[in-house]
Design a protein around this ligand. Structure first.
Ligand code: DMJ
Length: 597
């Protein structure tokens, strides 16, 4: 070592070994430090401080030039892109397109899911090209992620399903207070209606239990009358949806069986179907309570029978329901609006019947739009009738309440005199109008959809329990205190889906999260007032009583088929999950594919 001690600086040129070197070095630094003035020492402190601060900012940036988690993400993204390209090269274009579209919608969890769990490709035996891919999404992938609101909905479904399984498995309906069950059609209604919700929520055990029951125990040979409309939308619709989502032929076979057994309903003189049929004997007839079928019932079976034709290649089902549609199309109407009764023998409307968007009228309007969509927008008869009907609603039925100007849809009693009565059932309308709007209907339809959506929300929000009654009346007098009132006989809640269904469409179509928040408020009210300890959910008697809402001891199958399904879909942020471009939901919430014609 050579050191110039006088200059207070030492320069190391050699490499002496061990302690001797270290001691000398420490002494030399210490001596230098002692010789410095306080100003020099302060300057050195300052320089060291600045170096320290710079290091805090510089080191993390330097670290980024080395492999980190962020890089791993970038690499994963690149790999993901490469895999997508590879899939394209492998001619698995359908899957690649699907993943790419999910990616665009930031549905990262679904990308992960799909990358890890390939779609299963199946034979496409449809005679008419369907817009849906011929691949089946892996609903039961363990990689699926749900938002916390979706998880709450799934828990509600599981709670209700397991209680039904424990006390009523295989029976139509469950009574959660008495823990008993009852039959309506003796077709395991709750299972068949609810199975596709289990699929959509990714509930494998529940799905498998239901599938096993359907395969082994669902028979259509009971000597019993069933209602054509209810059996079509719930049983046939449920089976078809399960078939499309899984491509499992068990569902197709059962759907074909029940479809065949219901066909005699159409053998009426007018070809407008009878409302009821005995599935064993094939004897069809008008309802016990009168000579007429309900208009909504004979016009809300078309999506299902048409789909059955498309999957079997047998045109007879579609032909039967097309005949009904063509017939109803040619009947005289009031501004596109229809009376709620039609006679299967004469084929004529009962002209003195009420015109309403509620019970017995509702889904006539819904299926005009949805049939047009199902058939690839190729049949203008449906959309022309739909447009005329919406114009008719606007001119004949739409009013605003006092004092807050809530837009509502009233009824024409006897086809003539206006009543400010609105069923909760009418709340399907905002969703249908919004669906029409994104498929080319005019802006006024969307405006009406939004206004009606607020009204339907207020039907919940204004009640002490935050749950809607079955029917409300709107106030028209200028000095009214509140916009709506509820008659005691109408104050029950049956766990109906319509408002949640419309919230789902409005959110899907506008992306406005207010609809999710409204839905969450409603969901919480269901949890608070309709939950039965250890037995799922029950409809209630009085939404105006917080203290005594009173259980009605009944779980309607549409709570599992529709209400909870639409809650789940409302809280889904990806617009590609059961895309409205590929699926049309029947009036019971069952997903059917859209075809090219
Ligand atoms: C369901 O069966 C269907 O949504 C139908 O269109 C109307 N009634 C119930 C639900 O409220």
């Amino acid at each position: 070592m050579i050191g110039n001690k006088n200059e207070g600086l030492s320069i190391t040129l050699g490499f002496p070994d061990g302690d001797d070197y270290d001691n000398k070095k420490k002494q030399s630094v210490y001596r230098i430090w002692k010789r410095l003035s306080s100003l020099q020492r302060s300057l050195i402190f300052l320089v060291l401080l600045l170096c320290g601060i710079s290091a805090i900012y510089i080191i993390p940036n330097l670290r980024q030039s080395h492999p980190t988690n962020t890089d791993q993400v970038v690499k994963d993204k690149r790999d993901e892109k490469d895999s997508i390209q590879k899939l394209v090269l492998e001619k698995d274009k359908e899957k690649a397109d699907f993943i790419a579209s999910l990616k665009r919608k930031h549905a990262k969890h679904q990308i992960d899911d799909l990358m890890n769990h390939p779609l299963k490709t199946v034979d496409n035996d449809f005679k008419v090209e369907q817009k849906e891919t011929s691949a089946v999404y892996d609903y039961f992938s363990p990689y699926r992620k749900h938002s916390s609101r979706q998880t709450a909905v799934i828990d509600a479904f599981k709670m209700s399903w397991s209680a039904y399984k424990k006390y009523a498995w295989g029976h139509d309906e469950f009574h959660p207070i008495s823990k008993t069950h009852s039959e309506w059609f003796q077709l395991g209604l709750t299972i068949v209606d609810g199975i596709d919700t289990a699929i959509i929520m990714g509930l494998k055990t529940e799905y498998e239990d239901a599938r096993t029951w359907i395969q082994n125990d669902l028979v259509f040979t009971h000597d019993r009358d069933v209602n054509l409309f209810e059996t079509t939308i719930r049983i046939l619709g449920g089976l078809l949806s399960a078939f499309h989502l899984t491509k499992d032929n068990v569902f197709k076979e059962k759907a074909t069986d029940i479809g065949n057994r219901m066909l005699p309903c159409f053998n009426s003189p007018s070809k407008v179907p009878y409302s009821d049929i005995n599935l064993l004997t094939g004897k069809a007839h008008a309802p016990r309570w009168g000579p007429d079928s309900s208009t909504s019932e004979v016009t809300t079976i078309q999506l299902e029978f048409r789909d059955l034709s498309r999957i079997t290649g047998d045109k007879k089902y579609e032909k039967a329901v097309d005949t009904v549609s063509n017939h109803v199309h040619n009947l005289p109407k009031k501004n596109g609006l229809v009376p709620i009764f039609i006679n299967a023998n004469t084929g004529h409307f009962r002209n003195s019947a009420t015109i309403t968007l509620g019970a017995r009228g509702d889904s006539y309007y819904e299926y005009l739009l949805k049939q047009w969509l199902q058939t690839g927008k190729t049949n203008s008869m449906y959309i022309d009738d739909y447009k005329e009907a919406v114009d008719g609603m606007r001119s004949q039925l739409v009013r605003q309440s006092e004092p807050n100007k809530l837009t509502y849809i009233g009824e024409l009693l006897g086809g003539r005199s206006f009543s400010p009565k609105m069923d909760h059932l009418v709340c399907f309308l905002p969703g249908t109008l919004a669906l029409g709007y994104i498929n080319g209907m005019p802006e006024e339809h969307m405006n009406l959809a939004k206004e009606m959506m607020r009204t339907c929300y207020e039907m919940y929000n204004k009640m002490p329990t935050k749950l809607s009654p079955e029917i409300v009346f709107f106030n028209q007098a200028k000095k009214s205190k509140d916009d709506l009132f509820v008659k005691p006989a109408d104050s029950h809640n049956l766990l109906r889906p319509e408002t949640v269904e419309s919230l789902f469409y409005l959110h899907r179509i506008t992306g406005d999260k207010i609809y999710q928040d409204w839905g969450w408020q409603i969901f919480q009210a269901f949890m608070k007032y309709t939950k039965v300890e250890g037995a799922g959910f029950s409809s209630i008697n009085n939404v105006r009583s917080i203290g005594n809402p009173g259980f009605r001891d009944k779980l309607e199958s549409f709570f599992l088929a529709e209400t909870l399904k639409y809650f789940y879909l409302l809280f889904e942020d990806s617009i590609d999950y059961l895309s409205l471009d590929k699926y049309v939901f029947n009036t019971e919430g069952h997903a059917l594919p859209i075809y090219s014609q």
